[in-house]
Design a protein around this ligand. Structure first.
Ligand code: SF4
Ligand code: SF4
Length: 188
């Protein structure tokens, strides 16, 4: 049996730690969003989709990947709704359900590489993360030109110290990192 709209709504509320029914669609979150112009579904519209249990509508949209998690929407909400958290929950669901917008393939590949690096090391390991990202992105699109273009950027970034060869050491308490990921329910 498929997941009901009520279940989807509960899942988002649990992940985002917010009460979706508190949103009264005033539009203030969308009005202050610096990325709003590039989002087909505004933060207010995404809130409505979550509220009605149409979570997959948001999860399948590339709008959720346009968000830069600046938290302006959450800070401006007169009902203290965690709008950014709801969008993050939709991203998580998009990855779990494998229904992320193909338009966002590059961003999704980066998100996965970033989270995998943090989960493994407790912090990002730049070289490992970039290699993971390039492989994932290439495999998702088989876009050789894109991978080659990125490869030419590597030496330039190293020269400007924007990328570091040093692998860096993982944090000491990896068990704590694992507990954080488990508590957040993050699956990658
Ligand atoms: S600002 Fe808050 S109450 Fe208003 S639409 Fe956005 S989430 Fe809903
Ligand atoms: S957190 Fe995302 S949706 Fe909210 S204001 Fe910032 S960019 Fe817009």
């Amino acid at each position: 049996m498929g997941t009901s709209k009520r279940d989807w709504k509960t899942r988002v509320e649990t992940l985002a730690h917010t009460r979706l029914n508190d949103c009264y669609q005033c539009g203030k979150c969308a009005a202050g969003c610096p990325r709003g112009v590039s989002m087909k579904l505004s933060p207010t519209r995404l809130m409505r989709a979550a509220q009605t249990g149409d979570v997959l509508e948001g999860a399948e949209s590339d709008s959720i990947w346009r968000c830069v998690s600046c938290l302006t929407c959450s800070a401006r909400c007169p009902k203290s709704c965690e709008v950014a958290g709801v969008i993050d929950a939709m991203r998580q669901i998009a990855i779990e359900e494998n229904c992320a917008s193909p338009e966002a393939a590059k961003i999704v590949a980066f998100q996965k590489a970033f989270l995998r690096s943090v989960r493994k090391n407790g912090r990002t390991n730049e070289l490992e993360m970039v290699a993971d990202f390039e492989i994932r992105h290439f495999l998702s699109r088989f876009e050789l030109m894109g991978a080659l273009k990125d490869a030419t950027l590597g030496p330039k970034m190293l020269g400007k110290k924007k990328l570091h060869f040093k692998l860096g050491s993982p944090v000491k308490d990896k068990a704590l990192v694992k507990r954080i990921f488990d508590k957040c329910g993050v699956k990658i």
